[in-house]
Design a protein around this ligand. Structure first.
Ligand SMILES: Cc1cc2nc3c(=O)[nH]c(=O)nc-3n(C[C@H](O)[C@H](O)[C@H](O)COP(=O)(O)OP(=O)(O)OC[C@H]3O[C@@H](n4cnc5c(N)ncnc54)[C@H](O)[C@@H]3O)c2cc1C
Length: 437
């Protein structure tokens, strides 16, 4: 039944699903048909597949994010986080960036808080590790790696130098492999300018618990990637786990021990814990259970998609499967979700989401990559070119596309910047020293 009053749609999360769904809702809803509020602690959507290139300095970090307020002109954008949802009462608890929290009433819920890093109770992980999911982490790691080159080039302590030049990545999915390959490529480029350091002095270690890396592509492309990384003297340790990181001392399950000042944790994701503070049904992996039409099962007026939703994969007829946590599904689901929300508001039938996974592209540094799209396998330069072309076409807004291409074009003519701006992390230090007696 069409509604009598103007419904309020609350979108939790302004990432892939939240931003794309809100964009489509604001475009397709008739004037006065509904109001839309989007809540996210960040004022921007992050195009995560470009984070490794932002970390490596090929792209300006501001160009890999999309400002929500600029693109969602017909939505209300609130900065802060939702901490719980009482869907029975149609109320969500909102904690703004500063100040007292308050309740937000809504009629229709779109739940898209995504995922967070999946961690393990490893001693020292909390103190020593860093993730690779946000633009802040990408910026930090770029500065951090370059600052470790500065440390190594300026010390006479051999142990400190070794520790500073040892970089560990845990988890060999596309996020981990791309992040490590891009940062290693950048550091290899940068050491030319450091007296007394060569690429051979650096130690890059990838630790992966399973027998292969890049599970998103076929086994032979995974093996090709291992071989390519090893050619660059990157240690790829398969079937190996991290057992301890206390005090920066890395202990691996194969008995290897060494010190490292950089440990990046990219060992998978888990659904956002906010889901557990809702009255919505969750599956055993703590994802919100959805129908193929992206409706939360068993309740009305609640929709979900992306990394935080268990959506049946209708492209697989032989097994019961759910769509994988990927940008590819998130973007397409967002559009289907928005269309279904509108159909449901208008009392029209909803349509199931169905999409066969097209494949993956991964960059392994400048001019290097692997790609597998609809069964076509590419390696090296063609794969890298495919990676850039694919993601450029997927990057939201013409403004961002142009900026990304401009960054790449400039990089053809000039060497990338190798200056570490680590002091950004403590910008008040110089002033505090000046005012201290
Ligand atoms: C480094 C990296 C590289 C990747 N590369 C690829 C790739 O090449 N191909 C591919 O298909 N996929 C890739 N992915 C995966 C892809 O980015 C995710 O699958 C996709 O972002 C999921 O979309 P989402 O909307 O569910 O979550 P997200 O895009 O993560 O959005 C969730 C949003 O919710 C917000 N949020 C969180 N908590 C709250 C709260 N309490 N209240 C309100 N808002 C909240 C977050 O700030 C965020 O903006 C990559 C991921 C990473 C980290």
């Amino acid at each position: 039944m069409p509604r009598a009053t103007r419904p309020h749609i609350l979108v939790i999360g302004g990432g892939y699903v939240g931003m794309y769904a809100a964009l489509r809702l604001q475009r397709k809803l008739r004037a006065g048909e509904a109001t839309i509020t989007v809540v996210d602690p960040q004022p921007y959507m992050t195009y995560q597949p470009f984070l490794p290139e932002a970390g490596a300095g090929n792209l300006e970090p501001r160009h890999v994010v999309v400002p929500l307020r600029r693109v969602l002109r017909h939505c209300r954008v609130l900065g802060g986080r939702i901490t719980s949802v009482d869907h029975h009462r149609r109320v969500a608890r909102f904690e703004p960036l500063e100040g007292e929290g308050y309740d937000l009433a809504y009629d229709v819920l779109v739940l898209a808080p995504g995922s967070i890093a999946r961690t393990l109770p490893i001693p020292g992980l909390r103190e020593e590790g860093i993730g690779f999911r946000t633009v802040a982490e990408a910026i930090y790691l770029r500065n951090h790696v370059l600052s470790k080159l500065d440390v190594a080039a300026s010390t006479s302590d051999a142990a400190l130098r070794r520790r500073a030049l040892t970089f560990v990545f845990v988890g060999g999915g596309y996020a981990g492999v791309e992040a490590m390959a891009e940062l290693e490529d950048m550091a290899r480029d940068a050491v030319r300018y450091y007296d007394g350091i060569t690429a051979a002095d650096m130690r890059w270690v990838m630790v992966e618990a399973s027998h292969r890396i890049l599970p998103e592509v076929s086994e032979d492309l995974g093996s090709y990637t291992v071989a390519e990384l090893r050619k660059r003297s990157i240690e790829v340790r398969l079937n190996t786990r991290v057992e301890s990181l206390t005090g920066g001392h890395v202990v691996l399950s194969d008995g290897t021990e060494f010190d490292a000042e950089t440990v990046v944790w990219t060992a998978g994701v888990r659904p956002h814990p906010l889901l557990e503070s809702t009255d919505l049904p969750l599956d055993e992996k703590k994802r919100v259970r959805c129908t193929a039409a992206l409706q939360v099962i068993g309740v009305e007026d609640a929709w979900a998609a992306g990394d935080s939703a268990a959506v049946p994969d209708l492209s697989k007829t032989d097994v019961v499967a759910f769509t994988s946590p990927s940008a590819q599904h998130a973007v397409r689901q967002a559009k289907r979700l928005a269309d279904n929300v509108i159909a449901s508001l208008r009392g029209e039938p909803v349509v199931d989401y169905k999409h066969s996974y097209a494949g993956s592209v991964a960059s392994l540094g400048l001019h290097k990559g692997v790609a597998e799209i609809y069964g076509v396998k590419l390696r090296g330069l063609p794969a890298w070119f495919m990676h850039r072309t694919y993601h450029m076409t997927r990057m939201p807004t013409t403004n961002r596309k142009v900026r990304v291409v401009a960054d790449w074009t400039l990089a053809l003519f000039f060497h990338r910047e190798i200056v570490s701006l680590g002091s950004f992390e403590n910008p008040r230090q110089a002033f505090e020293e000046a005012v201290s007696p």
